[in-house]
Design a protein around this ligand. Structure first.
Ligand code: FDA
Length: 307
């Protein structure tokens, strides 16, 4: 019940100002977003990759309002890639990007986002790594898939995300599985209406399994973006049935969520990638993490009250 309310608040400027200014917010935010700058995040990259984990790095930010902000987002990723180069991690540290941060919602936004994201994908390729395009709300997806297709002409390793809560996704998965894409499957984190998305958890989970089967049986590289223990077990069984070995698919989880499970899967020989967000514009990302689990909200409220 609380989830939709928190997701609505994630789009409210007033709530953004209130919550961002609260003095204790930072302690709670740190659990999910371990830093604001490249200097903060590089030690985290070294620590996690040193433990045998892989990473996908997200400079937080979305829904920007000027082309200048979109260019700044591009430059933030270029700086990150520059600083990753000497670590020689290759695909063990890749990038995740939200096209809204690259200007997708501005006038002429499709072309602007493509123009801003291309240099990031090029720079990533130069240091031997890849970029994955995150999935945002359903109105942005046709543009995201078109940009993905365009980038793959020169950089076939560019990945994208699909969301099992959307009715359209089974069809998207069939197309992407046939053309050999790297695809991260997630349940979906936005507030979507019943016209386009399943609303019940059991329906979203069942769709997740159907879509994952399509990806596992296809030509691409499936990336299982979930913390759900049942789906992790099912994914391993679907991989086995499709004749895929560990390394021919990977697990992905968010920084700060089920961290023991990250290490357990890696120790079992799986590729385990930790999605790690950093930066100053953390509000939207943080609120979606609160919405996913009411216990996070209780923890947040308790820390505010106990101050
Ligand atoms: P579910 O929500 O059922 O959670 C299963 C269990 O995981 C819970 O019982 C709990 O133990 C734990 N858990 C899950 N979320 C938690 C939280 N916030 N705090 C604490 N514990 C939690 N979405 C999207 O729309 N576009 C995208 O591009 C991405 N990208 C992405 C990348 C990666 C690597 C992951 C793992 C997830 C995303 N998501 C996303 C978010 C995704 O859509 C979804 O909202 C969350 O992963 C939660 O769903 P689960 O599959 O984990 O299952």
């Amino acid at each position: 019940m609380l989830g939709p309310v928190i997701l609505a608040a994630s789009r409210s400027d007033r709530m953004r100002r209130l919550i961002s200014a609260a003095p204790v917010t930072k302690q709670v935010v740190d659990r999910f977003i371990p830093g604001e700058t490249v200097d903060d995040i590089l030690p985290v990259v070294k620590e996690l990759t040193g433990k045998g984990l892989e990473m996908t790095l997200d400079v937080v930010g979305e829904d920007i309002t000027t082309p200048g902000q979109a260019a700044a987002a591009r430059d933030a990723y270029l700086e990150l890639i520059d600083r990753l180069e000497p670590l020689e991690l290759g695909t063990r540290a890749e990038m995740s990007v939200k096209l809204s941060m690259f200007g997708q919602a501005l006038p002429g936004g499709h072309d602007l986002a493509l123009a801003n994201v291309r240099p990031v994908v090029e720079a990533a390729a130069e240091i031997g790594t890849t970029v994955t395009l995150d999935a945002e709300d359903h109105t942005t997806l046709d543009s995201m898939f078109a940009i993905h297709e365009e980038l793959r002409k020169d950089f076939p390793q560019t990945g994208c995300v699909i969301q099992s809560y959307l009715y359209r996704t089974e069809q998207d998965a069939r197309r992407l599985a046939a053309n050999g894409s790297r695809v991260r499957l997630v349940k979906g984190a936005y507030k979507e209406p019943a016209e386009v998305a399943y609303q019940q958890k059991h329906e979203i989970d069942k769709a997740y399994v159907r879509i994952l089967r399509t990806l596992m049986e296809g030509e691409g590289y499936p990336m299982i973006g979930s913390h759900d223990p049942r789906l992790i077990t099912i994914a391993q069984e679907l991989a086995r049935r499709a004749g895929r070995k560990p390394g021919e698919y990977e697990f992905q989880m968010l920084y700060g969520i089920r961290s023991d499970e990250h290490l357990r899967l890696a120790a079992e020989g799986h590729r385990m990638r930790v999605y790690t967000a950093y930066g100053t514009d953390w509000y939207g990302y943080f609120m979606r993490r609160l919405a996913e689990k009411p216990a996070n909200l209780r923890f947040f409220v308790r820390s505010m009250v106990s101050k």
